[in-house]
Design a protein around this ligand. Structure first.
Ligand code: ADP
Ligand code: MG
Length: 702
């Protein structure tokens, strides 16, 4: 189905709306963040929700109008006091009264005599605005509305207030919104009648009218039926999209794998430890997926150090038993080679051919590897994402494992699904993702979670210190390093454009060199992959004792002997990032420490955030807290990743509706996977309305 023509009024260009010229259109396009190269459309205005309302319905006498209140008063105009000649900075004052008292209306720089015209002496006018005081007298400065008595009906008693941007006035936006509301088409209903009546929800059109043109303030509240319905609609559109994506991924195109148990048991017997219950369960879940004829699309969540790599290895070993190959993709070469280092000895012991493929590899080295992958002789390939996008041929690629990729969005998953036909997909993430966000961004995937850490881990002592304590920190660090410890010293990434009083990794490195000499090394993102690798190598062989780094070490770096993590300007890092960084220590048997160094002065929120890190090591708890402190966008770094934000739903208030939307989308799609018939077409309309049309071509033909 192509876009239903009923939606045309909402998809018309901004410039076709009265009062919008090229300049305003450009401004709105920027403000609404329209996709690259596209102009915002009428729909974007409709979807721009008010942040609150001004209630002018309070019609009291002057005596009962209090400071800061917005009121509407019926006033007798008594006299005008224009500014004295040559003193334009003095305001024009209008004196007025009603039965209960007296007050003034104040106008700065009023020109052309319009104040006199609008407020004629001896007449009555309705005046609406916010009460303030000056010299103990009540006044309204620049009333929002002045209307004649018989035009009272034109006064909007309840007025929505919109988030604005420079150059966009509330009045202008209100006018545009009104126009769009007036031409709002009747849309087919996609919510079942039973649900509508259960929640007492209005239709989509009426909900939009309530929100944009409320007749009483309660109508537009976030928890009013109108806003609830709209939030649900937005969630439903997102969830339905994920269902469609999921069905494309899994749709009977997988291969039902059978396992001999031979290789997996060999892997198990070479492990120097027993699996945790969580690992056992995740492995069982994955095996069930692989054994089913549906294609697997599973997210493995586990905090740093939770032991995801072993789970992935067991999955790849099971795949090998069924005769197929696996690929493990990491976001950086450093991580890829680290995975390889972990996996290689285990694979060797289990008799699995495992190779590392990097972009830097000379052709002569690459050739036999590519041949081995094409012939099927090599079972497991580890590399970066880029590598697998450049035409590496596998004899039979059965499983793709994607590591550390919360930026791995729906689009990337779809791209992979096209390539590998029946390839199963396991995505691993070390960022604990709160349940709401899992549903939002990974609702198309099944989820396995490793909650407990392997036994024997020592808790990490976390301290919060001012950078003023630098000399003491250095003293202690010196002692610990002499005792054989290794440490990370992390500085925030400083853009050259930032003129901030922030110590860069380079500067800190220079300082620390004076104390630690050759024992300290520097690693940062602008170094070549080879140089980074070499430095990491020197750190992991204990030649370097102190590694100064930017956040390049954030994910995956595994040096068990490192037991001290110092984070400078900790106040500049996100909670999830601090947690990730801290997870780089505490991996060995010895007791570890994390020092969060901040620069004074520290704001209350910043303090609360550092205390959160100090208070717990549970990544899921930290993620939930992060969500509270920062809102949903940043937990996943959605800004960079282009993940969708919500426009109608406010997760703090509407979160519970996401669960309904998830269940409803699942049920609706299961019942009608091609979304045909009146109900199906209504749901397709919903998808268009929320710009989810990327999903529509994926619908299976009737
Ligand atoms: P993640 O990738 O989840 O951050 P890893 O898979 O790298 O964690 O595991 C971290 C460390 O814990 C590795 O050194 C690994 O060998 C070890 N490990 C994994 N599972 C267990 C277990 N069940 N018991 C003890 N140690 C384990
Ligand atoms: Mg890992």
């Amino acid at each position: 189905m192509s876009r239903p023509s009923t939606l045309d009024p909402l998809f018309r260009s901004l410039q076709s709306i009265k009062g919008v010229g090229p300049q305003l259109a450009a401004l709105l396009t920027r403000y609404f963040g329209a996709p690259e190269g596209q102009e915002a459309i009428a729909l974007d205005i409709l979807m721009h929700m008010p942040s609150g309302v001004v209630d002018r319905s309070r019609q009291v006498g002057i005596a009962e109008a209090y400071l800061g209140q917005v009121v509407t008063l019926l006033l007798h105009i008594d006299r005008h006091q224009p500014p004295p000649r040559g003193k334009p900075q003095v305001p024009h004052r209008v004196f007025a009264h009603d039965e209960t008292g007296e007050m003034q209306l104040v106008f700065f720089r009023a020109q052309g005599g319009w104040v006199e015209k609008a407020l004629p002496v001896g007449e009555q006018r309705y005046v609406s605005g916010k009460i303030d005081f000056f010299n103990g007298e009540k006044q309204i400065t620049h009333p929002d509305y002045v209307v004649e008595v018989d035009k009272f009906a034109t006064l909007p008693l309840v007025e929505p207030v919109y988030p604005l941007t420079q150059g966009l006035s509330s009045k202008a936006l209100t006018k545009l919104t009104r126009q769009i509301i007036e031409t709002l088409p009747e849309l087919p209903e996609w919510i079942p009648p039973a649900t509508l009546s259960h929640f007492n929800w209005p239709t989509f059109g009426n909900a939009m009218r309530s929100v944009h043109t409320p007749t009483n303030p309660a109508e537009a509240e976030l928890w009013a039926p109108a806003r609830m319905r709209l939030a649900y609609d937005e969630y439903l559109a997102g969830q339905l999209t994920l269902q469609i994506v999921r069905s494309t991924m899994v749709a009977a195109r997988g291969i039902a794998r059978t396992f001999t148990g031979e290789i997996t048991s060999r892997v198990l017997s070479t492990l120097p430890f027993a699996l945790t219950a969580g690992q056992e369960q995740a492995i069982a879940e994955i095996r069930d997926d692989l054994a089913s004829s549906d294609r697997m699309s599973r997210l493995l969540q586990g905090d740093v150090g939770a032991g995801k790599t072993v789970v992935a290895l067991m999955a790849m070993a099971a795949m090998a038993e069924s005769g197929a190959q696996s690929a493990m993709m990491a976001p950086t070469e450093l991580l890829a080679s680290q995975h390889f280092k972990t996996l290689k000895p285990l694979c060797d012991a289990a008799g699995l051919g495992c190779v590392l493929l990097t972009g830097k590899m000379p052709a002569a080295e690459r050739r036999p590897i590519l041949a081995g992958l094409a012939s099927g002789e090599i079972t497991i390939a580890v590399g970066t994402h880029a590598l697998f996008q450049s035409g590496v041929e596998f004899k039979d690629l059965g499983l793709t494992v994607v590591d550390e990729q919360h930026r791995f969005g729906v689009h990337q998953r779809l791209a992979l699904s096209d390539k590998g036909r029946h390839t199963d997909l396991l995505v691993m993430t070390a960022t604990p993702i709160p349940r709401t966000l899992v549903l939002t961004h990974f609702g198309d995937m099944e989820v396995s979670v490793l909650r407990e850490k392997p036994k024997g881990r020592q808790p990490i002592d976390t301290a919060v210190l001012s950078i003023g304590d630098y000399p003491r920190v250095i003293q202690r660090l010196k002692t610990r390093i002499e005792e054989g410890a290794q440490a990370f010293w992390v500085c925030p990434l400083v853009e050259e454009s930032e003129h901030l009083d922030v110590v860069s990794a380079e500067d800190r490195f220079a300082e620390l060199r004076k104390v630690f000499g050759d024992q300290v090394a520097l690693i940062h993102g602008r170094m070549s992959a080879a140089a980074k690798q070499e430095t990491m190598q020197r750190f992991s062989t204990n030649e370097v004792k102190l590694l100064v780094a930017t956040t390049v070490i954030e994910v995956g770096v595994d040096v068990p002997n490192a037991s001290i993590m110092i984070i400078e300007h900790a106040e500049r890092f996100g909670l999830a990032q601090l947690h990730q960084l801290r997870g780089r220590v505490g991996r060995g048997a010895q007791r570890s420490a994390c020092l969060l160094l901040y620069k004074d002065p520290l704001s209350e929120t910043a303090k609360a955030r550092l205390e959160t890190i100090k208070g717990t090591e549970d990544g899921f708890e930290i993620a939930e807290r992060d969500l509270e402190l920062r809102g949903q966008g940043d937990v996943l770094g959605t800004r960079q990743s282009g993940m969708p934000g919500y426009r109608l739903a406010v997760p703090d208030v509407h979160r519970h509706l996401l669960d309904y939307a998830h269940d409803d989308a699942k049920a609706a799609f299961a019942a009608n996977p091609s979304l045909t018939g009146p109900d199906g077409e209504a749901l397709q309309t919903l998808l268009y309305l929320f710009r989810k049309d990327l999903a529509i071509p994926l619908l299976r033909a009737g």
